[in-house]
Design a binder for this molecule. Sequence first.
Ligand SMILES: Nc1nc2c(ncn2[C@@H]2O[C@H](COP(=O)(O)OP(=O)(O)OP(=O)(O)O)[C@@H](O)[C@H]2O)c(=O)[nH]1
Length: 385
Amino acid sequence: MVLDEEEPPSLVDITHSSASAGANPITSQLQDISLTKVPLTIITGYLGAGKTTLVNYILKEQHGKKIAVILNEFGDSADVEKALTVTQDGQESQEWLELANGCICCSIKDSGVNAIESLMSRRGTFDYILLETSGLADPGNLAPLFWVDDGLGSTIYLDGIVTLVDAKNILLSLDEEPVEGTTDAQHQGMHMTTAHLQVSHADVIVINKCDTVTPEQLEMVEQRIQAINGLAKIHKTQYGQVPRLESFLLDLHAYDGVDSLDVMGKGHSHLDPTISTITLPLPPLTPHHLSSLELWLRSVLWDSTLPAPQASRSESSFAIHRLKGRIFTTDGAVKMVQGVREVFEIVDLDRGGSEGGVEGKLVLIGRGLDEGAFGGSLRACLDGS
Ligand SMILES: Nc1nc2c(ncn2[C@@H]2O[C@H](COP(=O)(O)OP(=O)(O)OP(=O)(O)O)[C@@H](O)[C@H]2O)c(=O)[nH]1
């Protein structure tokens, strides 16, 4: 194993090799790098799903990237809050390891945002960050830290969330009783588990440990996963060996592009009563429609309230985890909608606009979603504007 917590890797003096560049072209290259945001991929997954195995596999592959890895307990919802305020007093340990393929692996065992700020002080020595969360992490709490433009988001951009699931145990994890005192308990009644949260927020789902199940069991796992998150790309692996890492796991641009909004597994929606994926078609929108759509999203995402005609629907009977959309305007522009929990943005898209046959739509992944009710509410909102 490359990253072994018991046996720390030997130290490499990265500072020296950067400094020795002096005032030459490499210096200006470093300055250029300092202006570029560094992509970050969150790797999450339930206890023992194979996160460390996948990270080690990525580090050993030839992909031409210098990757910094943050391994930590980061991501338990309470910890994120604490991490934003608590200063680290000597808890941080940094170990720099140079790998055969040119990766520079910095493992920071730390439970805070400070770890990432500290890492960023070494900018120029790596060009990609992998953040391996704890098995109990809720990625919906983490994503906005790197996605929004202020704070960490000014130096890092969130490239995507990869969720590992253990083919043998994922169905049990999805069906287990929520545990009191954890994130699960907040969602009691809807039978929400940490596994649901990790699957619903994923851009890519790696069904790992395929050697431990029969083809029939694997099929059931895949259908259940697709019923929850119909947008995520699914890869089935043993020991995390995902092929073509550069396009399947890294450089996904899942938060600054909406290339594919095809929802898979629509016929399986009965398989998971808690979380589902729904698609709402959007006609070309006028400027008035756009304002109405924004109001509709605020009501749905911020207040958990579906605007008329379903206004009688009780508050908080649903929750959106992930939202993606493509909007065409009547004047020919193309926009993208991205959302995680209550955070959302609508931005101009400079690609993907002119392909024939592509329609405007919103895709929502979340708890308690009813496609008919949401579609009716959205149509009524747009018709009224
Ligand atoms: N049979 C089998 N075992 C696997 C596979 N992938 C990983 N393992 C083993 O599963 C165990 C757990 O893997 P890890 O990579 O440590 O899992 P993790 O998600 O990082 O675990 P935590 O950090 O404890 O949550 C290890 O013993 C791995 O060797 C696989 O595809 N098949």
